[in-house]
Design a protein around this ligand. Structure first.
Ligand code: ATP
Ligand code: MG
Length: 571
């Protein structure tokens, strides 16, 4: 078990913040921000960043802004803005009135660009993207200066103003910072600050046809918002000198950028470009498909916000990249739901079981415990009658050695009810099992003298005349390969999609206590796993998603495969 967060030692970002507090570097202020680009739905990797940014602010009595980094009009949509807000709220974080958009700063950014031009630190360049790439050099060779690099300031001022008014076509000119074409850091080889894009923006409409780049926007947005610690992922480490250069050259308030390792998960892709592709090409049903690693997908699958925050806490924050086993995430939701989910009995693949010695019109209401982990959850009544369903898998005609479930002539206990014995197997002409005919030991149920009699197996069941019919969707990993992004030449991550990642069981039977179940309600189906009522569920057509099975079947499988391999080795 993990110690509560407050008792754990500080992660390295928190240590930096604490050190700054001790030296009064920011006059005691702690101000972070979460800066999503609204070009897709948030995923579990973003949750790590959200928990870190909001968590640091909370821990040190500071605040955290939500800032949409909306500088690329071609890929951004209002739908994404709304989903991002919903997901952050769901996780349990509150940015209060501090909701900002980089696009609100377009005018200020333009003025700052003019300031750099006036200081001869920026110029209008007419190289095509290909030419620019060719001029850029490599890690071992310096770049070549653009022929436009030494334009007179007045000419730059004139051209940049005309870029803004829309005189030039898309992509025909850029504004570049004049830094150092020989810098060992490629990001400092005269990076682009502005590009021409005649595209409507989801907030500024047609007001602008030049858009600032991420690098020219991010640090200055942090500066405007008086951010103290600008926490981002490691791929921006090489951008930090540029972040610092803009703040210094503009002589503006200068936050500190700190990089941490992004989350990678096995069997999962966490790139928005790829997630968008999965949606657009219908490999999944949408951004909230329960197989997606998006927060909306995980929520629909049945994950709790608490389990995701617990996960982020468990994996911690480090400077070195690593990959987390997706089983860790599944364990977090298991642990959380174990404490909170009501237990119910449900049969996924039913076979009829008839208690031939039980009166035809009798119904007994049996007491069933709602959650053994939580006495306050109380109990409920479950009906028992002559005709029941049990799991097809729980009966075996010629069982292997240690099979403690039902077999011909064998005894098992029905959960909360009687010990039964299988007397006869009824089959159709093709040999398919139609019914199991059993007798019951009327003395063996709770409250009877024989209640203490023990048999090895206990099965879950539902009463055939009382149960609800339901559709249950079982999910498996979306990818078969541990690292779907690690693909050979000519291969694509899509080649590793798991064709069996969704299995729909349309004839499941569930105890009647779920009659009032609402979308989002979560349950433990005894012996099977955790399930959540889907948003498509209707009163007359119950639909549930399996969140996770009770135990980590993959870990077991991998372990047995490993052991199998070991045994197979000669000698
Ligand atoms: P992608 O690479 O999937 O396109 P992104 O980093 O471009 O993602 P943003 O919307 O820019 O997506 O991300 C917002 C914030 O979330 C950034 O600060 C980014 O560093 C952080 N973030 C994104 N992915 C992860 C991840 N896998 N782990 C931790 N933080 C992440
Ligand atoms: Mg980004």
């Amino acid at each position: 078990m993990n110690a509560p967060e407050s008792e754990r030692s500080l992660n390295f970002v928190e240590q930096i913040v604490q050190g700054d507090q001790e030296t009064n570097k920011w006059e005691g202020r702690v101000h972070t921000r979460f800066p999503p680009e609204p070009n897709g739905y948030l995923h579990i990797g973003h949750a790590k960043s959200i928990c870190l940014n909001f968590g640091v602010a909370e821990k040190f009595g500071g605040s955290c802004n939500l800032r949409f980094d909306d500088t690329n009009p071609a890929k951004e949509e209002v739908e994404y803005v709304e989903s991002i807000k919903e997901d952050i709220r769901w996780l349990g974080f509150d940015w209060q009135d501090r909701e900002y958009f980089a696009s609100d700063y377009f005018e200020q950014l333009y003025q700052w660009a003019c300031q750099l031009i006036a200081a001869d630190l920026a110029y209008v360049c007419e190289l095509t993207p290909d030419e620019m790439r060719a001029h850029r050099g490599t890690l071992t060779e310096p770049g070549i200066a653009s022929p436009y690099r030494d334009r007179p300031t007045a000419e730059n001022q004139d051209l940049f103003a005309r870029m803004r008014t829309g005189e030039f076509p898309t992509g025909s000119r850029t504004l570049r910072a004049k830094i150092d074409m020989a810098s060992p850091n490629l990001n400092l080889r005269d990076p682009v600050m502005y590009r021409i894009l005649h595209t409507e923006h989801h907030r500024t409409g047609t007001q602008w046809c030049i858009y600032p780049t991420y690098d020219f926007t991010h640090g200055q947005s942090d500066s405007i918002e008086k951010i103290t610690h600008s926490i981002c992922t490691l791929e921006f480490e090489n951008h930090r000198p540029l972040y610092d250069w803009y703040c210094q050259s503009l002589q503006i308030y200068h936050p500190q950028q700190i990089e941490f390792a992004r989350l990678n998960l096995t069997y999962t892709v966490l790139s928005k470009r790829r997630l968008l592709e999965l949606v657009a090409q219908n490999h999944v049903s949408g951004w909230d498909d329960p197989r997606m690693p998006t927060l909306s997908g995980l929520r629909r699958r049945g994950f709790t916000a608490n389990s995701i925050r617990q996960f982020c806490d468990t994996i911690g924050i480090a400077k070195a990249t690593s990959t987390i086993d997706v089983g860790v995430l599944e364990n977090c939701v298991r642990e959380d739901l174990n404490k909170t989910a009501s237990r119910v009995m449900a049969v996924q693949r039913p076979v009829k079981l008839v208690l031939i010695d039980y009166p035809e019109d009798q119904v007994e209401m049996l007491q069933a415990v709602n959650n053994p982990e939580n006495p306050e959850a109380g109990s409920r009544e479950v009906p028992l009658s002559r005709e029941l369903y049990i799991e097809r898998d729980d009966f075996h005609e010629n069982p292997p050695g240690k099979f403690f479930r039902l077999k011909p002539g064998g005894e098992v206990r029905l959960r909360y009810a009687y010990i039964i014995r299988c007397e006869e197997v009824i089959k159709d002409d093709e040999g398919n099992i139609l019914e199991l005919h059993c007798t019951h030991d009327a003395d063996s149920r709770s409250g009877m003298p024989g209640a203490g009699r023990r048999v090895k197996g206990t099965l879950h069941w539902v009463s055939a005349n009382h149960c609800l019919q339901a559709e249950v969707r079982l999910y498996d990993r979306l990818f078969l390969k541990e690292d779907p992004s690690d693909v050979a030449d000519g291969e694509n991550y899509l080649d590793h999609l798991n064709p069996e990642s969704l299995q729909t069981l349309s004839d499941c039977r569930i105890e009647p206590s779920l009659t009032q179940a609402q979308p989002g309600d979560r349950f433990q189906f005894e012996r099977l796993g955790y399930y959540c009522v889907d948003r498509e569920s209707q009163p007359d057509h119950l639909v549930l998603n399996r969140t996770v099975s009770l135990r980590d079947s993959w870990a077991k499988l991998q372990k047995s495969q490993r052991q199998g391999k070991k045994k197979a080795k000669p000698g």
